[in-house]
Write a protein that binds this ligand. Structure first.
Ligand code: C2O
Ligand code: CU
Ligand code: CU
Length: 425
């Protein structure tokens, strides 16, 4: 519901039964009995009040992925809502935060399971001076689901814990390969809500026209042949063109999984039917980002994996700066309002998507095998991929005091300790 300047909603996390395989019952966990959970839409400047009720059999939290909310409202692992409990999340949305966000649980150790069982929802913040507000929107949430033959959702296997879980069903808005009709130029918002699956998106035979990233519009639209959306990332596209039928594809992407894994395959996500010729005039400038600030401090984050022996079994450990996550430990201290240069280095054999809470940041450049490339365009983001042995430099400005997490957004890795925290003073 919404009064002027105020958005309020109730979210209830609970298990319920659905029929996904003919004649079989699947118990999913979801917000308000829907996957994805309800779309929360607000304007910059609004106050958001969410009453949250936990009807799961586990403690949980609601984390507002990418939004600049105060740390005590951000569903940190330390702030779990107990079984049967409830709480109010309340925050305001500052100017400049218009963009495409989502919310999901973040209880320590159980985030991956709660997300893969269905807990995730959408959040859009709009700007009052949005130059593309006239375009009709279509929202595409891509998730994947792993089901056993009896319809149940199986626990993670060793391989899921190592490489991140990928379900055999890749779903768009909860459906397999839906037909999407496009009768006019549209603005699409796309979410990668998978625990671990990367989406190398393409519209074979057409260019992708990229309008925005996690944190809203780019300065200028970009024409691309494909776009890699790492787990947790979002994008905005302009979709228009001649009458035709085009597939929306997730092309095979090798993210350097470990062990013996099946070769990656192209996956068709949807059929897009352009039912007539359409076009749209885009303004030369979609948005002006504030000038880059000169960093006053530096931080270095290193992702790594090590093999360890536990009970005669090899197991992997996923580390940040050589350590496994500890809720009680402060790994870095920053100051509110300071701009810092963070270098993130992936010292491992597989891809890992880096994510930090509570803000949007900007990538400056990335370096692989001694070669540094500047970011191809300016964008506000909260999640990005790192190839093995790749590093990237980002400009980070914390807007609120308190504890913030940064981690790999392959949720199995995050849950096994590939997470650190910065205390903002
Ligand atoms: Cu979407 Cu800490 O994550
Ligand atoms: Cu987050
Ligand atoms: Cu990872």
């Amino acid at each position: 519901s919404s009064k002027k300047g105020m958005v309020s909603a109730t979210l209830t996390a609970e298990p319920y039964e659905v029929e996904l395989l003919p004649g079989k019952k699947t118990t999913v966990w979801a917000y308000n009995q829907h996957i994805p959970g309800p779309l929360i839409e607000a304007f910059e400047g609004d106050i958001v009040e969410i009453r949250f009720i936990n009807k799961l059999a586990q403690p949980t939290t609601v984390h507002w992925h990418g939004l600049p909310v105060p740390s005590d409202q951000d569903g940190n692992p330390q702030d779990a809502v107990p079984v049967g409990g409830e709480r109010l999340y309340r925050f305001s949305l500052p100017k400049g935060c218009a963009g495409t966000y989502w919310y999901h649980p973040h209880p320590h150790g159980d985030t991956a399971e709660q997300v893969y069982r269905g807990l995730a929802g959408l959040f859009i913040v709009r700007a009052k001076d949005d130059v593309l507000a006239h375009l009709p929107e279509q929202h595409l949430v891509i998730s994947d689901l792993k089901l056993a033959a009896d319809g149940s959702i199986p626990d993670n296997t060793m391989n899921d814990w190592m490489n991140g879980r990928e379900g055999q069903f890749v779903l768009l808005n909860g459906q397999r390969q839906p037909l999407i009709k496009v009768a006019e130029a549209q603005r699409w918002r796309i979410w990668n809500a998978c625990s671990a699956r990367y989406l190398r998106l393409a519209l074979p035979g057409r260019k992708i026209i990229l309008l925005g990233s996690d944190g809203g519009l780019l300065e200028k639209a970009q024409q691309l042949d494909e776009l890699l959306l790492a787990p947790g990332s979002r994008a905005e596209w302009l979709v228009a063109g001649p009458e035709a039928e085009v597939d929306l594809m997730a092309m095979a992407y090798d993210r350097h999984k470990m062990g013996a894994v099946a070769p990656e395959q192209d996956i068709k996500l949807a059929t897009i039917q352009f039912i007539q010729n359409t076009s749209a005039q885009l303004p030369e400038r979609l948005r002006s980002l504030p000038p880059k600030r000169i960093p006053v401090a530096k931080k270095r984050v290193v992702f790594s994996e090590t093999m360890s022996m536990e009970g005669g079994q090899h197991s992997m450990q996923f580390l940040v700066n050589g350590k496994s996550y500890d809720m009680q430990r402060v790994d870095f201290v920053s100051r509110v309002g300071d701009t810092e240069l963070w270098e993130i280095f992936n010292d491992s054999h597989m891809d890992h998507p880096f994510h930090m809470h509570g803000m949007q940041f900007e990538m400056i450049d990335s370096t692989l095998k001694g070669k540094t490339s500047p970011a191809p365009w300016r964008a506000l983001i909260d999640t990005f991929n790192l190839l093995p042995q790749q590093s990237a430099r980002i400009l980070v400005t914390q807007q609120h005091k308190g504890l913030r997490m940064y981690h790999c957004h392959i949720l199995e890795h995050e849950g096994q300790g590939m997470m650190g925290q910065v205390l903002v003073k």
